[in-house]
Design a protein around this ligand. Sequence first.
Ligand code: CAA
Length: 265
Amino acid sequence: MSNLSFDWENILVDTADLHEGIVTITLNRPKVLNALNTQTLKEIVLTLKELQRRDDTRVVILTGNEKAFAAGADIAQMLAATPADQIKDEREGLWKEFTLFPLPIIAAVNGFCLGGGHELAMACDTIIAGDNALMGQPEVNLGITPGAGGTQRFTRTIGKARASYYALTGEMFSAHEALEMGLVAKVVPSRTTLAEARECAKKMAKKSPMALRLIKESIQASFNTSLDEGLKLERRNFYLTFSMEDQKEGMRAFLEKRSPNYTGS
Ligand code: CAA
């Protein structure tokens, strides 16, 4: 495949591990704790679209820095906005496009992960949190409501009582509380968060890319469909894997007691 390089204003894209199928996107607006303005979301989505066009990407890691994953939407950008500005802003489409990326995205979260930043992490497939992470939906402190999943994905993940508690008080919660609520998959020492995310990405990247896609699709559907519909999709995806060489390879490798070599076909 051709070389991949990006020259963005607000994010860094590290393709050094692309030979292993892994790309790391780092939010890079440290002066404002990685506040998510429209341009940042756009850069993330355009990067994902480019990665989707190639067949060498298996897993994406999305991360910030030690102090912040992202402290929310950019308050300076929103201050003077009118409802019409918000409706016309391309953010809604960008959020949608983010969720359409078909392969796993791991959020590696250290520090503040608030508002839109928390919503972005929840829109990823899994979250690995450093023990210094502070998460929450503080929009209520600003006289607004969450607008990108902070009442929906949040409630479906941790339940009504706790989502309401945090969204209505604006109180932050720790990485360990997030783990206990099922919002994050793992809590690790903050200096190892990215390394842990890489280990997790490496495990995923060795699997059949088609299986990764179909599992992601089925899990995402569980947020949108009835149990019956979800089970139907799950079963169809299960059947679909039997049309693929990767299924034969995976089962053959198991029986031959060797590691599988998946090609995504
Ligand atoms: N937008 C714009 N700028 C932000 C920001 C944000 N969300 N969060 C922090 N910053 C800026 C601060 O204004 C400050 O800039 P200056 O140095 O120019 O003053 C800089 O980042 C550092 O921030 P603090 O000095 O406040 O750092 P702190 O360590 O004292 O506090 C914090 C950290 C508790 C996270 C605090 O910055 C804070 O409360 N930030 C706002 C969090 C928030 O309300 N997020 C929700 C935004 S709304 C939203 O997200 C809606 C949506 O998606 C739909």
